[in-house]
Design a protein around this ligand. Sequence first.
Ligand SMILES: *Cc1c(COP(=O)(O)O)cnc(C)c1O
Length: 410
Amino acid sequence: MNIIYDTMFDSNTIDRFEKIATPFYFYDMDLLRRTVDQVHDLAQKHNLRVHYAVKANSNEKILREISAKGFGADCVSGNEVLHAHECGFPADRIVYAGVGKSDKEICNAMRLGIEAFNCESLQEIFVINEMAREYGMVANVSVRINPDIDAHTHKYVTTGLYENKFGISQHEFDKLIELIGKSRNINFIGLHFHIGSQITRVAEVFALECRRVNELVAYFERNGLEVKNINLGGGLGVDYDDPDGNPIPDFQTWFSTIDREIVRRPNQTVHVEPGRSIVAQCGTLISRVMFVKSGETKNFLIMDAGMNDLIRPALYGAYHRIENLSATMRPFFPSHQAYDIVGPVCESSDVWGAGRLLPLSVRGDLMAIRSTGAYGQVMASRYNMKDLAPAVYSDSIDDAPEKIDYFKML
Ligand SMILES: *Cc1c(COP(=O)(O)O)cnc(C)c1O
């Protein structure tokens, strides 16, 4: 294991962090802007349309930054649809996926006039057609197909295998074509795919996806459905081991693979839905060491951030790089030791990392849990009645809630 003592955070930033109440999510808005700019330029070069997957991070400031670049939004609930719209995404660039859309959610999205419902079952298409008829409308529908592809990623974040709950599978294609043919209040616009998340074998897996998609598009067109819109979903992985070495994920390989492999006519548009890859590296969960405890064979660092703030390690066994920021400010680096870093929540799975090598750490040290901009704050809960960690943005650090020194007040 590599010894961790370097950090991207400079001494001025760490000084300012010292005064802020922990835990909090810190967002590097400059990195977000650079990432979004790069995605925008590469998407233009390869002629792709980008819909940001709102579920990865739905902070208003972050959404406004992304919508300002002209991207669309990919939503998975009615509230995400409404929120994305309020944060600057035009209704006709919002697509709405999800296996379980309620009547109320469908109704609100339909009235807003979204770009498309990405439908995941025959019954959903039937219900949307009925509701559209009721309102005297025609709803745009794209159909999510389960392409039966292994994304080579964690079993909880792979979505394109035959036995997953997502999308419509091959054995229902005949019924699907018949249903679309007789549904007068839907306008079929295309096919939607999303095979999984945190995909790191980028060229290989996305080339496989494109080849399968080419076959499926050809199949539906042979059967009389014009596929105007080919939506390939998201899934680009990020480097959790080395966020400073790779702050911007490999959009170049992802987009150029699609451009090379996908078969498209001039009137067909190709869409992608990155979530994690846009926001993960710009976020850091900042926490403090509350107690240092020596076990029989181990040393524990007990942090004030827990699985209620960031559930990924407890939920998927996810790895996040952890740095001791305060130690980098001490004039001499004391020797490194192995720590089990844990949270305060009453669950054995509330562990940040086992056997992590860190400089000698003491009560009060500021710790950075890196690459937490995606699926972090959005999944936070108030389990154990903990307060929700607030967001602090790099361009307005001074607005952050100040730390109160209870000890001195006594
Ligand atoms: C979650 C999701 C995405 C985004 O996935 P990432 O791995 O975060 O890029 C895109 N499309 C759909 C339909 C999703 O459910």
